[in-house]
Design a protein around this ligand. Structure first.
Ligand code: MG
Length: 388
């Protein structure tokens, strides 16, 4: 069947990560026999979906640390619903390009599993607390610790015993680690770019949260449709088209139509740009992708300007708005104070966490414990131990 206009053509088949029994990338730390009818990456996606750390994403902030009381904010994104949206976009992109959609799904499901409570404010606060001890916090490396150690679901081993491709993608989906920087990452092809299935996740994440945060920002009343139109000409054009086509539609339906159009345009552009960059490089194997001069998952210059404008607008008007700054200050205080309390009194931590102290050190152990908490749980512990 000939491709339809606008339909991205598939990439050369040698570029997709192979999940067959012969592939070195399906290696697990503890060898397991293959499943009768499920691929190694489909099993990994299921293991992540069934992990306790995955379910706790439901209680972790995406953007809105406290749901506004009026109007009720139950429909605003949590880190779990954001993760599901990233998964949908990643599967769509991988399928449209002929990549391994099961691997992309597993990586998207895991992409935020290492996130501490309270969103980026919480992440910054954990990092700042660790820096006083010469350490730092990286949510990708924390995610690797979760799937290789903290999740306990199998009598035969600790962690989820995920394939090499999934562990590599968890570490490298959003940043590159130069060879030699981290001894513990020696297994994950340091210095090489990750496969396209992993590179996709970072852009799928950005495209998902930018459009979703415009939606939630408008729904919460912090953003007005007029200022979104002024800041983003591509949104304004789509919104005008929706208002023209459906003059009697409720205002929020015209907004949804415009946001849906924007998301579709971004995802379609991404697929076409990846195809163009791979073709330009002449890449036909996974090794070509790993040793390319740069990552190959990008938006076109025009769409990247739209992405950058949306991001700049959201930082100025939503993420760093006075309403949010108040919540960030509160989150930072809760993390900072609980960190200090646990450093002074490690016996307040559960025994399995205390058992990590001799090998990991006290500061890393406290950070690991805090990073695993939901927003509600850290508030509860902070209130109990700080006597508030
Ligand atoms: Mg994310």
């Amino acid at each position: 069947m000939a491709p339809r206009a606008g339909q991205p053509t598939l990439l050369p088949p040698g570029i997709a990560v192979c999940g067959d029994a012969s592939s070195p990338l399906i290696r697990r730390a503890w060898p397991e026999p293959p499943h009768v009818y499920r691929s190694a990456f489909a099993r990994d996606a299921a293991r992540i979906l069934h992990a306790r750390a995955f379910r706790r994403l439901a209680g972790k902030t995406q953007v809105f640390t406290r749901l506004p009381a009026d109007p009720p904010g139950d429909h605003l994104r949590t880190r779990l619903t954001h993760t599901l949206e990233v998964t949908q976009i990643s599967r769509t992109l991988a399928t449209a390009l002929g990549l391994n959609a099961e691997l992309a799904e597993a990586l998207a499901l895991a992409h935020d599993i290492g996130h501490p409570p309270f969103g980026h404010a919480g992440e910054k606060a954990v990092d700042r607390a660790l820096r006083a001890y010469g350490l730092s916090f990286d949510h990708n490396l924390h995610a690797l610790r979760i799937v290789t150690w903290f999740e306990e679901r199998y009598p035969a081993f600790r962690g989820l015993n995920l394939t090499l491709a999934v562990r590599e993608g968890i570490v490298k989906h959003s940043r590159d680690y130069p060879a030699g920087e981290y001894q513990e990452l020696a297994e994950y092809f340091p210095g090489d770019f990750p496969p396209l299935e992993a590179q996709l996740i970072d852009l799928a994440d950005e495209v998902a949260y930018l459009t979703a945060d415009l939606d939630d920002g408008l729904a919460s009343g912090i953003l007005s449709v007029g200022e979104v139109r002024d800041a983003l000409p591509s949104f304004r054009d789509l919104h005008d088209a929706a208002l023209g086509a459906y003059p009697k539609a409720a205002p929020r339906l015209a907004i949804y139509e415009a946001l849906r159009g924007l998301l579709n345009a971004l995802v379609t552009d991404l697929a076409q740009e990846v195809r163009a960059r791979v073709a330009e490089l002449g890449a036909v194997t996974l090794a070509d992708i790993r040793r390319a001069p740069a990552r190959l998952v990008h938006l076109s210059a025009g769409m990247d300007a739209t992405r950058a404008a949306a991001k700049e607008f959201l930082y100025a008007r939503l993420y760093n708005s006075p309403e949010m700054e108040e919540l960030h200050a509160y989150a930072e205080r809760v993390v900072r104070e609980l960190f200090a309390i646990l450093m002074a009194e490690p016996a307040l931590m559960p025994e399995d966490h205390q058992a990590q102290i001799p090998t990991e050190g006290l500061a890393r152990t406290v950070a690991d414990y805090i990073a695993g908490m939901t927003d509600a749980y850290i508030e509860q512990l902070w209130a109990r131990h700080s006597g508030r």
